[in-house]
Design a protein around this ligand. Structure first.
Ligand code: SAM
Length: 315
């Protein structure tokens, strides 16, 4: 049943509405990406059940949330993923999407579509096997399977497919042209993402080693672009570039020290074990619903507290 409760959209003290929920479904992954922030959470063992996730979604939907993104860990490693999507679809008329490394998509793409998933983001941080293997840090090289996953998502109608590509200094900077070509050939949008860390980790060896601003690449792409659209949903520009391999759309996600990015944030997060979280980068901002997951009224109370506690990280 679709949510028919009159929705009362909730705003935080900074006038930002919350209309989107990012739901972490697990904390395990078949990749070990060298930069992974694990959605700002610890590795937990006890995950919310599909029924509990549905209760949380219904509460959020009653407050105007109409956009869901599933993430992990690797969300497609959950055996009950189709049930979770199906239950979520009962309450959400807007966009339901999922971010995945793509390996399980050949098996799951058409079932996900039937269950009500609209589209996928697929992470692929290199086009050549050596770089891909280095970044994902696995025993086996999964790049061919990720490519099969992209194909399966396309065939199942899970588009527009966005390819998430986290740019890292001296690691995959030389892969950008190849990724643009790949996305043009495969009808995917390329989403270049800035390597992100919070204030505590901004001075770490890892951040200094890997972080590289996206401005130089964005300026180059802007000059080449045939068209530039403003994407109001994310408050950023989307470039259309003509290449020898076809037309490709390219977006840049630049969160670091970006006050505008936070000003337009409309999202609340929930961890796999059942805690609202107001911001990826904030530590100790958990609002626990683990013990009240069977009780919608109690979930509602905590949801309101979490929304009210939202503060832009960069301001
Ligand atoms: N396993 C799934 C995947 O690979 O897409 C979902 C989880 S992953 C944490 C979700 C997204 O976060 C991926 O696109 C990943 O590239 C991005 N990500 C992880 N760590 C990051 C970091 N330090 N900076 C920027 N993006 C990051």
């Amino acid at each position: 049943m679709l949510n028919t409760v009159d929705s009362e959209m909730l705003y935080d003290k900074f006038g930002r509405p919350v209309n989107s929920l990012r739901i972490q479904l697990n904390a395990i992954c078949n990749f070990n990406c060298i930069f992974c922030h694990m959605e700002g959470t610890e590795r937990s063992m006890q995950y919310m059940t599909p029924e509990q996730i549905e209760k949380v979604v219904a509460v959020a939907a009653s407050h105007g949330v109409n956009k869901i993104k599933f993430t992990g860990g690797e969300p497609l490693l959950r055996e009950d993923i189709l049930d979770i999507v199906r239950r979520t679809r009962k309450h959400i008329t807007g966009n339901i999407s999922l971010t995945t490394n793509g390996v399980e998509l050949p098996k799951l793409a058409s079932g996900l579509k039937k269950a009500g998933l609209d589209r996928v983001n697929i992470s692929m941080h290199a086009i050549d096997e050596y770089n891909f293997h280095f970044i994902t840090d696995t025993k086996k090289n999964f790049l061919p399977m990720v490519k099969q996953g992209i194909e399966a998502a396309k065939n199942a109608g899970l588009g527009p497919i966005k390819i998430n590509f986290v740019l890292m200094k001296n690691i995959n900077e030389n892969q950008v042209d190849g990724m643009i070509k790949f996305c043009a050939e495969n009808d995917c949008t390329l989403q270049l993402i800035e390597f992100e860390a919070n204030r505590e980790k901004e001075h770490s060896e890892e951040y200094i080693k890997y972080h590289v601003p996206l401005d130089a690449i964005e300026n180059k792409i802007r000059k080449q672009a045939e068209g530039i659209e403003y994407n109001p949903l994310h408050n950023r520009e989307r470039y259309t570039v003509n290449t020898d391999s076809g037309v490709v759309k390219i977006e840049f996600v630049k969160p670091m020290r970006n006050t505008d990015f936070c000003k337009h944030c409309t999202r609340l997060r929930i961890t796999a074990d059942g805690q609202f979280k107001t911001c990826l980068l904030r530590e100790n901002d958990y609002f626990n619903i683990k013990d009240v997951l069977e009780n919608s009224e109690e979930i509602d109370k905590v949801y309101r507290k979490a929304v009210a506690a939202r503060v832009p990280y960069w301001r």
